[in-house]
Design a protein around this ligand. Structure first.
Ligand SMILES: *Cc1c(COP(=O)(O)O)cnc(C)c1O
Length: 400
């Protein structure tokens, strides 16, 4: 009996692996622990020298003039929405195929997220459909680099130029990705990143905005610290204690302790990306011969960072729903996940923005067929082989 004829674990058979493999996981090395401990022993726990060091190192890595650290990726998006000038009555165009934080940031500013559908191949925001949504109220576009596969940034920057818009790229998945030879983080007016443990780099919680624009950088720094400004001339006149709150900001600061961890993690980003790209190549090669599975499509000019590796099931060729395949893979101890429930289908959006099923058919059809396989740099060969074996076993069982 070959392994793919074996009884599925969900039907009482032996799972492909004895221990659970998550879809994503952080990798913490001794040098990371040492860096955090050194900062704990220093004079600075929150805003101190490690914030500057991390910001400079990160800006250097993505090739941007400025990097501004935030307490998480959602706060970074909120900061970018503020700096873009989004407010009551404004509209911002984005994709439904994302985590809800992207469009929530627009709502935080009192503006209205306007969704446009995704391309069927990459599931990234379609520039042609986005352009069709531009109205006199549109102020910003928020493309998302879904799975770490960069959006068509040249097209979005051209749209912004023509229509006077601000582009905020949500690159929570895409640290280290390139589009047409340009590193993600150096292309849009503002690019946001997340350092949640499932992402490439972690600071436990953390985020970053990168920009080449001095005025936007100043707004972002002010916003993350209560909207407080300290004008040096006024301080000379009034006294060193002087500060003014000039905008309604938040406390969105990222502590020194977290930045020490981020700096240490950033030193290993290249090997991290190389490992993810190798795993993606192994998956691609293994699944090309399985007609029931579609693998991620990469446009010419894109060099993805592989935060996620989603497969799309061809349900017409299967005697199972996505849910049944998902549960069968989990029973094999492969921690698959689904990214994403299209944002416009969440109850909050349906109730407050009037969105409904059928609004974005490409995103909705993809959602019914998507399964994210384990993808993280700490996966060893056994983990990759087990995932491939489990997919073959489950698909062979349900294939028509
Ligand atoms: C993770 C993520 C965020 C939010 O980042 P947090 O650090 O968790 O706040 C935003 N957008 C996308 C696409 C994400 O995946």
């Amino acid at each position: 009996m070959t392994s793919t004829d074996a009884i599925l674990a969900i039907h009482g058979g032996t799972p492909v692996r004895p221990a659970w493999l998550p879809y994503g996981r952080q990798a913490i090395e001794e040098e990371d622990i040492a860096a955090v401990v050194a900062t704990l022993r220093s004079d600075w726990l929150t805003t101190g020298p490690k914030v500057d060091e991390f910001e400079h190192a990160f800006a250097g890595y993505v090739g941007a003039k400025h990097a501004i650290a935030f307490s998480n990726g959602t706060a970074a998006l909120h900061g970018a929405a503020f700096a873009a000038g989004l407010g009551l009555g404004d509209e911002a165009i984005t994709t439904p195929m994302t985590f809800c934080a992207t469009s929530n940031a627009v709502l935080y500013q009192g503006a209205r997220p306007v969704f446009a559908d995704v391309r069927p191949d990459t599931l990234n925001l379609d520039p042609v459909l986005a352009e069709a949504c531009i109205t006199p109220l549109t102020k910003a576009i928020l493309p998302v680099d879904f799975t770490g596969n960069p959006a068509q940034m040249d097209a979005f920057m051209a749209l912004a130029e023509t229509h006077g818009l601000v582009v905020i790229e949500d690159a929570a998945h895409a640290v280290g990705a390139d589009w047409q030879g340009h590193r993600v983080g150096s292309i849009a007016h503002m690019t946001t990143f997340s350092f949640h443990p499932v992402k490439h780099l972690t600071t436990a919680e953390g985020g970053m905005v990168t920009t080449n624009d001095d005025a936007l950088a100043t707004k972002l720094r002010t916003f993350r610290n209560h909207g407080i400004t300290r004008d040096s001339r006024q301080r000379e006149l009034a006294g060193d204690w002087f500060y003014e709150m000039s905008a309604l900001g938040f406390n969105y600061r990222l502590p020194d302790v977290a930045c020490a961890l981020g700096l240490s993690q950033l030193r290993r980003i290249e090997s991290n990306l190389a490992r993810r790209r190798a795993i993606a190549a192994q998956y691609d090669a293994a699944f090309v011969t399985i007609p029931q599975i579609g693998t991620p499509k990469i446009l010419l000019g894109a060099n993805p960072a592989w935060h996620l590796y989603p497969i799309q099931l061809d349900l017409v060729q299967l005697n199972a729903t996505r849910g049944e395949v998902f549960r069968a893979l989990r029973a094999e101890n492969i921690g698959v996940n689904v990214h994403y429930i299209p944002v416009h289908l969440h109850p909050y959006y349906r109730e407050n923005l009037g969105t409904k099923p059928g609004d974005f058919p490409v995103a909705e059809a993809a959602y019914e067929r998507l399964i994210s396989l384990p993808m993280f740099h700490g996966m060893n060969e056994q983990d990759v082989d087990d995932t491939i074996l489990a997919v073959r076993k489950v698909i062979a069982h349900f294939a028509k």
